[in-house]
Design a protein around this ligand. Structure first.
Ligand SMILES: Cc1ncc(COP(=O)(O)O)c(C=O)c1O
Length: 382
């Protein structure tokens, strides 16, 4: 049996969530927009999933817009707010280390004539509220800063950023909370106006996510069609997906696996801290489910293959960029030294992991280190 330690890429679905998805699809297959009784029932289920997620997020009056996942929700936030607020200004602020679904949406807007400022980060991946204060303007319409970074686990100072934004602008504050949901309390509704969530990172199912916004602070739609999802996202609703998502959110919030993740990441940190061939990229005070390291003089792909050959699945820095073989923008932004930057691997924990998994991982890392110390030609395994 392989040990799965790539939970920031995706998680193993919860059995209860899978069952809910199948049952709802089997029983309540009607289109919630249909007028007949079965349609009404599907509509009720959808509305109740919406309410549950809003309530679990901390404000039952919120607008929950179901999407196909975190990517679409981030696109909707960035492009949708830019379009709905362009009468007030064309300045947007984000960070150097956002997920590509925010970053590329911002680059798209730049092409369209919006002015985008990318906040720099320090070696831990943190933005500075001070720099935000320097960059924010009266015509800033949107600030998008992720809560937890998906490649290295940095937690951004959302509260301090929020205070700066509120004091100096009328901008909407959006935060990608895909990696923080279930691990940290959401900064919503207290500090941000809108958050992105994704089901498959919390033992839910791929293809479901949402944007949650405060009431009357919704973005303009970016899809055009029948006006489903309260007019904000057209397309026949995925009722079973929404109900299963609500269940996954409830389960992940009720359980607390953080003590395990903390213990495991501390164990890895103690093991690797003094190793000259290793540079730990994840900050000590970061989210404990993500532990990213860079090995000197080898490629991440070689390391991933070695771990795989020894029964362990990990990834290079982020699953999305892992096939392109490029040094990710996050690793560049935190200035990992040249001879380490190609050798990055991300180990990420999930609720299905056990103490024995981590014992095995530690053994495999020790063996791997022995091999690189001997200078063995690891690229033979490529
Ligand atoms: C921080 C972050 N934002 C957004 C996404 C995109 O989510 P999805 O895979 O649901 O499109 C991911 C997933 O990789 C992520 O880690």
């Amino acid at each position: 049996m392989m040990i799965y330690l790539d939970n920031s890429a995706t998680t193993i679905p919860e059995e209860e969530v899978l069952q809910t998805f199948t049952q709802v699809n089997r029983t309540y297959y009607a289109n919630p927009a249909s007028l007949h009784q079965a349609g009404n029932k599907a509509e009720q289920l959808l509305a109740s999933a919406r309410k549950q997620i809003a309530t679990l997020a901390g404000d039952s009056e919120s607008t929950v817009i179901f999407t196909s996942g975190g990517t679409e929700a981030n696109n909707l936030a960035v492009v949708g707010y830019a379009n709905s607020l362009k009468h007030r200004g064309n300045h947007i602020i984000t960070t150097e280390i956002e997920h590509d679904s925010v970053r590329n949406a911002c680059l798209h807007l730049q092409q369209e004539g919006f002015e985008i400022d990318f906040l720099t980060v320090n070696e831990s991946g943190e933005v500075s509220p001070e720099e935000l204060k320097q960059k924010i303007r009266k015509d800033t319409i949107l600030v998008s800063i992720m809560h937890v970074n998906n490649e290295i686990g940095t937690i951004q100072p959302i509260e301090a950023c929020s205070k700066v934004i509120r004091e100096h602008s009328r901008a909407i504050f959006h935060s990608d909370c895909v990696q923080s949901l279930g691990k940290l309390p959401l900064p919503y509704p207290e500090w941000v106006d809108a958050v992105t969530l994704s089901a498959h990172k919390i033992h839910g199912l791929k293809g479901t996510g949402c944007l949650i916004t405060k009431k009357f602070k919704e973005p303009e739609a970016i899809t055009f069609g029948g006006g489903q999802e309260l007019g904000f996202r057209s397309g026949t609703a995925n009722v079973a997906g929404a109900v299963a998502f609500a269940k996954a959110v409830r389960i992940v919030i009720e359980q607390n696996n953080l003590p395990n993740y903390k213990r495991w990441s501390e164990r890895l940190r103690n093991l690797l801290d003094a190793e000259k061939l290793v540079r730990i990229c994840s900050p000590e005070e970061g989210a404990p489910h993500i532990f990213t390291v860079a090995f000197k003089g080898i490629t991440g792909e070689v390391a991933v293959n070695y771990f795989q050959a020894h029964g362990i699945m990990v990834s290079t820095s982020s699953a999305c960029s892992s096939k392109t073989n490029k040094v990710s923008h996050v690793i560049q932004a935190i200035h990992v030294p040249d001879d380490y930057r190609k050798g990055v691997i991300r180990i990420s924990f999930g609720k299905m992991n056990t103490e024995e998994d981590i014992d095995t991982l530690v053994q495999v890392i020790k063996e791997f280190l022995k091999m690189i110390k001997k200078g063995m030609k690891l690229h033979d395994m490529e």
